[in-house]
Design a protein. Structure first.
Length: 156
């Protein structure tokens, strides 16, 4: 049987392809953090983020993610923990920027969501402060057309 590498485990080649749902506002040139896309799947849920380091720090500051962050189904309240972070250090470690205004892309992997989930909360820490918390994300009606930055480059 053919196998392929899938999220750190060996999975049979019958694993369905994940179809990303793109946030229509995910590539807007605004400061801060934005959710670019969500990849719901039967084994895990992947969320891609884009962060722009703030202008009010000369060097852009730093970024990290709390290892206890989670996603929550908005309707049922079911919490799904973080499994893996890709491209961003887990607290207490930090990534320090060298300049302000730098774009930084990273992905977070969580357990699988129930199949009928249409809205989620993505919570770094459930308290006020400068945490990456998003509420009532209606990802089920996002688009399946990739952003221009995700398309393959022409071979010319």
């Amino acid at each position: 049987m053919n196998t392929k590498q899938s999220f750190g485990r060996i999975a049979p080649d019958t694993t369905p392809e994940l179809i990303p749902l793109y946030n229509p506002d995910g590539m807007m040139q605004t400061p801060g953090v934005k959710i670019k896309s969500i990849w719901p799947g039967p084994q895990f849920t992947r969320i891609d983020f884009i962060y722009q380091s703030p202008q009010y720090y000369i060097n852009g500051g730093w970024i990290q993610i709390d290892p206890h962050c989670y996603i929550q189904c908005a309707d049922s309240g079911l919490c799904v923990p973080l499994i893996r972070a890709l491209g961003i250090p887990l607290a207490p470690q930090k990534h320090y920027f060298k300049n302000s205004g730098v774009y930084f892309a990273y992905s977070l992997f969580f357990g699988a969501l129930p199949q009928n989930t249409s809205r989620i909360h993505c919570i770094e820490k459930p308290k006020p402060g400068r945490y990456f918390n998003f509420y009532n994300i209606p990802f089920s009606n996002w688009i399946k057309i990739p952003h221009a930055a995700d398309l393959p480059l022409n071979a010319n």
